[in-house]
Each structure stands twice: as structure tokens, then as C-alpha cells.
Design a protein around this ligand. Structure first.
Ligand code: KIV
Ligand code: ZN
Length: 523
């Protein structure tokens, strides 16, 4: 809820559930929309656009469900300039504590001629008539001039004047096809706000699409031009290249507050959890290098950067990861990392080394980086353990998988693993299973004597083309404890075996009870 009356407050109108949801691959069921709407309310958005009721029963259902729960956030729905659409939207809004009706009509020459087949006078008439119709039923009416940025400025001024005269309380000027530039949109807002009669009594809003990657920059420029509401979506989802990414806009206003001098009501620490929730709900991963919410946004691998970060985080970070909801900065250890970063990570894991010890471990670390892209904490622990005791744990020497007729269900899959045990002795073990991975894990359990209960198992590809590798991540239960393991290899089945051994070796080390070929019961 926007309680602020400060002239320097920018309202955030979230359209993740409408513009975002209507984009390919992002559809949500009504219950999923409710989950997302709750998160958006917690995030602190001022308005949630829940859908386009005339377009689907699902949007009407979602609106009703959300209205029951969210009593403090303004809930908006979209309508074309048609009485039937508006009536449907009004019915959908019935249960809402703070309802807003959002009506739109295209105004640009292209849209007038080819989409609407209407002339300027007909557009003006329709805007006035439908905004007035909506206002007879509801106090909070937003009007959007679709394709505003490609509309003749004098005609756009007439449209805005008609909408204000008919009672619109918010005027939205979308850059529907992501065509404008920061200079142009700033000037458009400045001119209309200065010249249109009644402009001082309404809130002006920007709604920018990202076709040229300018949606956030254009929204910031619109604010400079006088907009006091910005429409956008989480992770920037939306039609084609998407909408203004709310997380980026909010953090630009926050980090560069001394420059912009505008605030929002967003609780920035909720940004990453909200982004991740959306990504899970729609099954669309967030691009790793996406600003603020991408996995690499606060990750540093190169030695020079890691060294700088260890001296002063401000060298390579302009905001704290915790301030947007990440647990911490991530120092990714890999081929580009330097000794200082390896030492810092080892200290965080409890290892304080003399210079010569560190030099030896760093050599082993570099050798490991030739084999795998990322060196995890457990890899480092393994290095340290090997170094301290000469204990190599179980190592995979080779494996043979036979899925036989497993796919058709005729014959069970079988796996044979050849391991070297902690004393360096090689031995093999074979097991059957329901599919190759099940057979593989059974063979490893039989070979090591470690019986793990698999809680989750994921494989995904890291990198592209010839450089691509499979990464397997496991969560397992052993006794009362939960363990995570990671394995990386060119082959995803081998990566799975390495992830399994990663966990098993850790358990065996922890219990200090490694016996070649011996069976260790779960605690
Ligand atoms: O991009 C656009 O013009 C829109 C309007 C319907 C607000 O989404
Ligand atoms: Zn849009």
C-alpha cells in the first residue's frame, strides 16, 4: 500500500501477473498467481495488476482469489475500451478492498489505421466515453494510451486531456514496442505534464518494454520527466523482450539516490526471494548475469577482482548482496582465482595454513581447476584432508552402465563401478536398479557401504558447446543429517557418480571410519 505522500515517492505498479504472464512460457494457474501475489505484496509493490478478466475465466478466478487475501494493496485489472470488457472487469473487482480499473486504447497512427481502423476523432470519443463509463462505477481509473511513444505528441496531448476530463486518476503512457529513448520519453512526460489541462491532478505513469534493452533506462528518464508511477515486472518478464525489470529500477533509484532523489515502498531484501519464486513458478530460469537477481550478480572469480574484494568490497560491488536478499557475496573458485581467494575460503572453512602449506595446496587447487570448472567447498575440504592424511577417499576409476531394456521395462538396468578405495586398491561392484541412475547409486552404495537416502537429484548443463559440462547436484539424508553433493563431468551419469561419491567420502571422513569394502550403518 502506498501510504507515502512524499512528492519524491515513485509508485510501483506490478504487471508480472498480467503483461508478464501473457508472454510465452510464463502462464500461471490461479493458485500460482495467488502465491505470487502474496510475495509481491510482501515485496511492497503499490499496485498489482492481476490479469485481463475479459480474456479468460482463469484471470477472473485468480482475481477473485487474490482479492480475498490482499486487502492493503491496490488490485488492478485490464480492460479494452469496450463496455462489455469494463463490465466484466468491474464484476471481477467486486471483492477487492482497493480496486483499480485499467482501460486502454491505442493512439499511434499505425495502430489507429491497421489495428483499430479508427480515426483520431473516434479514438478521442472512445477514450472519453469509456473512461467516463468506468468512473461512474469506480473511483480509481487508470487510462493507458497504448503505443503512446509512437503517437503524434499533439494528438497524445488531446487524448490525455480527454481521459483526465472523463475522470481518469492515473495516466499511463506506454512505450509498447520498446522504441523510445531516454531523451525522448523524458521530454514527452515533461511536455504533457506541463501543458495538458488538469495534468496536475493525476498521477502520470510509465510502462516501458525492453525491445532495445532500454526499458529500465527509459523508465528512469520518465521519472525525471515527471512520472510518479512505474509499471514493470519481476525479472522483467513480459511481452517479447519483456517489461521494465522492477528489481533493476528499484535498485537504480536506491543505489543512485543521491542522483535521482526518489524512493519507492519496496523492501529490497525481498527482491531475490521474489525473483526466485517467480522463476520456479513459471519454470523460467533467471539469466546468470542478470542485474541484481542473476546468480553471477555478486559472484567474483578472477584473481584481481577477488583480491580487490578481500581488501574492500566496494572495489567491485556497488550494493551489498544482503540488501537485495542474497545470503552473501560468492567467491567462485576456479581457474581464474588467485591464492588470496583460496586462502580466504580455506580460513572460512577453518583451515589456517603456513605459507609453504598454502603454496602446496594452491598447486593442487590449480591442478584440480584443469579438470573442473568450479572448485567447491567440499573439493577444498577433500584437498585439505588428502593433504593432511594421505587419505584419498573412494575415487571413481571407471563405470559401465547397461540400461538393457530398462526403457521398455523388459530388463532392469545394471551398473558396474570400479573404485579405488582409501588405500588405493581397486575393486568393482555391480548392482541392478530401476533405470541407469538407480543402478549406479546402488552399485556405489554396495561398493562403499554407505547407504544414502536420496532427497533430491538434479542435473544441468554448465557452459555451452564444446565447453559444456554436466553438473549433478544431490541432496541426501544419512541418519538424521542432510548432505549436499556436487559432481561435474562431460558426462552427466559420471557427474552423478562423482556427486554421490562427494557426499559418501564426506560422511566417511566425518565418521572417521573408512574401511576398505567395509559396511558402515547409517547413524
Ligand atoms: O504495453 C502496453 O502498451 C500495455 C498496455 C495495455 C498498458 O501493456
Ligand atoms: Zn505492456
Amino acid at each position: 500500500m502506498n501510504t507515502s505522500t512524499s512528492p519524491n515517492n515513485v509508485r510501483i505498479f506490478d504487471t508480472t501477473l498480467r503483461d508478464g504472464e501473457q508472454s510465452p512460457g510464463c502462464s500461471m494457474t490461479p493458485p500460482q498467481k495467488v502465491v505470487m501475489a502474496r510475495a509481491l505484496a510482501e515485496l511492497g509493490v503499490d499496485v498489482i495488476e492481476t490479469g485481463f478478466p475479459a480474456s479468460s475465466q482463469s484471470d477472473r478466478e485468480a482475481m477473485a482469489l487474490i482479492a480475498r487475501e490482499l486487502r492493503d494493496t491496490t488490485l488492478a485489472v485490464l480492460s479494452r475500451c469496450l463496455e462489455a470488457d469494463i463490465d466484466t472487469s468491474l464484476r471481477a473487482l467486486e471483492g477487492a478492498a482497493r480496486p483499480r480499473l485499467h482501460v486502454f486504447l491505442s493512439t499511434s497512427p499505425l495502430h489507429r489505421e491497421y489495428k483499430l481502423r479508427m480515426n483520431k476523432a473516434q479514438v478521442l470519443d472512445s477514450v472519453h466515453k469509456h473512461v467516463a463509463y468506468a468512473r461512474r462505477h469506480i473511483d480509481d481509473v487508470e487510462f493507458s494510451a497504448e503505443d503512446a511513444t509512437r503517437t503524434e505528441i499533439d494528438f497524445l496531448a488531446q487524448v490525455v486531456e480527454a481521459a483526465i476530463a472523463a475522470g481518469a486518476t492515473t495516466i499511463n503512457l506506454p512505450d509498447t514496442v520498446g522504441f523510445t529513448t531516454p531523451e525522448e520519453i523524458r521530454e514527452m512526460f515533461r511536455k504533457l505534464i506541463a501543458e495538458v489541462p488538469g495534468a496536475g491532478n493525476v498521477v502520470f505513469s510509465a510502462h516501458c518494454h525492453n525491445d532495445l534493452g532500454l526499458a529500465v533506462a527509459n523508465s528512469l528518464a520518465a521519472i525525471e520527466g515527471g512520472a510518479r508511477q512505474v509499471e514493470g515486472s519481476i525479472n522483467g518478464i513480459g511481452e517479447r523482450a519483456g517489461n521494465c525489470a522492477i528489481e533493476e529500477l528499484v535498485m537504480a533509484l536506491k543505489v543512485r539516490n543521491a542522483f535521482y532523489n526518489f524512493d519507492t515502498n519496496i523492501d529490497a531484501r525481498r527482491i531475490v526471494p521474489t525473483s526466485q519464486l517467480l522463476s520456479r513458478l513459471v519454470g523460467m530460469p533467471v539469466q546468470r548475469n542478470k542485474a541484481v537477481v542473476g546468480a553471477n550478480a555478486f559472484a567474483h572469480e578472477s584473481g584481481i577482482h577477488q583480491h580487490g574484494m578481500l581488501r574492500h568490497r566496494g572495489t567491485y560491488e556497488i550494493m551489498r548482496p544482503q540488501d537485495v536478499g542474497w545470503p552473501d557475496t560468492q567467491m567462485v573458485l576456479g581457474r581464474h582465482s588467485g591464492r588470496a581467494a583460496v586462502e580466504a575460503r580455506l580460513r572460512a572453512l577453518g583451515y589456517w595454513l603456513e605459507d609453504d602449506e598454502l603454496a602446496a595446496v594452491f598447486e593442487q587447487f590449480k591442478a584440480l581447476c584443469e579438470k573442473q570448472r568450479v572448485v567447491t567447498d567440499s573439493d577444498l575440504q577433500l584437498l585439505m584432508h588428502d593433504d593432511a592424511s594421505g587419505n584419498q577417499g573412494y575415487r571413481l576409476a571407471s563405470m559401465t552402465i547397461n540400461d538393457g531394456g530398462a526403457r521398455t521395462g523388459d530388463i532392469r538396468a545394471s551398473a558396474t563401478v570400479e573404485l579405488s578405495d582409501p588405500n588405493g586398491e581397486r575393486f568393482t561392484e555391480t548392482a541392478n536398479g530401476d533405470g541407469p541412475v538407480d543402478a549406479l547409486f546402488s552399485a556405489l552404495a554396495a561398493a562403499t557401504g554407505v547407504d544414502l537416502v536420496l532427497e533430491s537429484y538434479q542435473v544441468h548443463s554448465v557452459g555451452l558447446g564444446a565447453d559444456a559440462r554436466g553438473e549433478a547436484n544431490l541432496s541426501v539424508r544419512y541418519g538424521d543429517e542432510e548432505y549436499d553433493g556436487t559432481g561435474t563431468s562431460k558426462d552427466v551419469i559420471e557427474a552423478s557418480a562423482l556427486a554421490w561419491l562427494d557426499v559418501a567420502n564426506r560422511i566417511l571422513r566425518e565418521r572417521n571410519a573408512v574401511r576398505a569394502g567395509g559396511v558402515i550403518a547409517a547413524a
